[in-house]
Write a new protein. Structure first.
Length: 126
């Protein structure tokens, strides 16, 4: 059964950066995409590593988050995979190496969550 969890206030996310929050024990990322707040699980579907800490550093711009481990790029609003394992640790690798970096895993989307704003409060539906 889904549960609604308060993750902060609108002002907490107004800077356009990607923020890590704990939602009832689940690490999620929340970011402003256009005029909307969007949320996803803080795990790359490739190997389950954090989207916000790793050797490539946090990269979020124009509503897209890039995995700091294998450079996979995702649309935060939809979770759609836009580029699967093009490199390692923030560096692009030759095109032929993508299959090796992917370790046999197929492109997968992020797990996204519905975000609701009520007044100044921001909630995520888990």
């Amino acid at each position: 059964m889904p549960s609604r969890v308060r993750v902060g206030s609108v002002a907490d996310f107004a800077d356009g950066k990607l923020h890590v929050v704990d939602a009832a024990g689940t690490s999620i990322v929340v970011g402003l995409t256009g005029d909307s707040l969007c949320a996803a699980r803080n795990r790359c579907p490739h190997l389950g590593f954090s989207l916000t800490s790793g050797p490539g550093g946090l990269r979020y711009a124009d509503g897209q988050v890039v995995c700091p481990w294998h450079n996979s790029r995702f649309d935060l609003a939809s979770g759609e995979n836009l580029d699967w394992t093009p490199g390692f640790a923030g560096r692009d690798m030759p095109r032929w190496s993508r299959r090796m970096i992917a370790l046999g895993r197929k492109p997968s989307p992020l797990t996204t969550y519905e975000v609701m704003v009520e007044g100044d409060d921001v909630y995520v539906e888990l």
